[in-house]
Design a binder for this molecule. Structure first.
Ligand code: GLN
Length: 207
């Protein structure tokens, strides 16, 4: 995410027009969902999660992971996020949360953080900035397996794609033959930014 890019807020036209209908107040059932808040567009995820009724905690240090029902790792700059995770000693606590079975959603740089070469909890290799210079950023309507109610309007910003997948990984959507949404058990990872369009169906998977 570029600095200063302000995503639409809950209550804007974009939000209420989103597929999936208006958020119902009790949809989150008081689940406590963490958003890794070292860097990147964590505030937009927090707004999306609150809009579907979840309680949100920004995660900056290992103690913030205690008692979470689920976690979002946002988009941003994977190099900066990696340094933050190292600095705060978050790598092993994050792996433990995934191993505990808590649902985790990684978006864009968040997908990269989950892969074999980073946290190693998702058996894929992500290729950074994979769509290349010509396709720096683009939008697409994607049918995603397991997400009902029509295509998801997906915004890609210097997005990765999944270059390799292990046997346990299910590809849920692709662009030009390259996986951009995958799932392995409780781990979901997507190359795009649902938190910028008012789309709530991906976040609802965490509830
Ligand atoms: N290009 C970024 C990276 O490689 C990811 C971009 C994003 O999260 N929107 O870290």
């Amino acid at each position: 995410m570029g600095e200063g890019a302000e995503p639409p807020r809950a209550g804007s036209g974009a939000f209420s027009a989103a597929a999936g209908g208006p958020p119902s107040a009790d949809a989150g059932d008081d689940r406590l969902i963490g958003v890794l808040a070292l860097q990147g567009d964590f505030e937009a995820h927090a707004r999306t999660l609150r809009a579907i009724g979840a309680s949100v905690r920004e995660v900056r240090v290992p103690a913030d992971l205690a008692g979470l029902d689920a976690l979002v790792i946002p988009g941003g700059e994977s190099t900066v996020m990696t340094l933050g995770i190292e600095r705060e000693g978050l790598a092993e606590p994050l792996r433990e949360l995934v191993r505990s079975g808590a649902p985790v959603l990684g978006t864009c740089a968040g997908l990269i953080m989950l892969d074999r070469e980073h946290l190693g909890v998702l058996d894929v290799v992500a290729r950074r900035n994979a769509f290349g210079r010509q396709l720096h950023s683009f939008e697409a309507d994607l049918e995603i397996e397991g997400v009902d109610g029509g295509p998801v309007h997906a915004i890609f910003i210097r997005a990765p794609w999944v270059a390799e997948t292990g046997p346990e990984v299910r590809v849920l959507a692709s662009v030009d033959g390259h996986p951009v949404a995958v799932r392995q058990g409780n781990v979901f990872a997507i190359s795009f930014h649902p938190e910028l369009t008012g789309e709530t169906r991906l976040h609802r998977l965490l509830l």
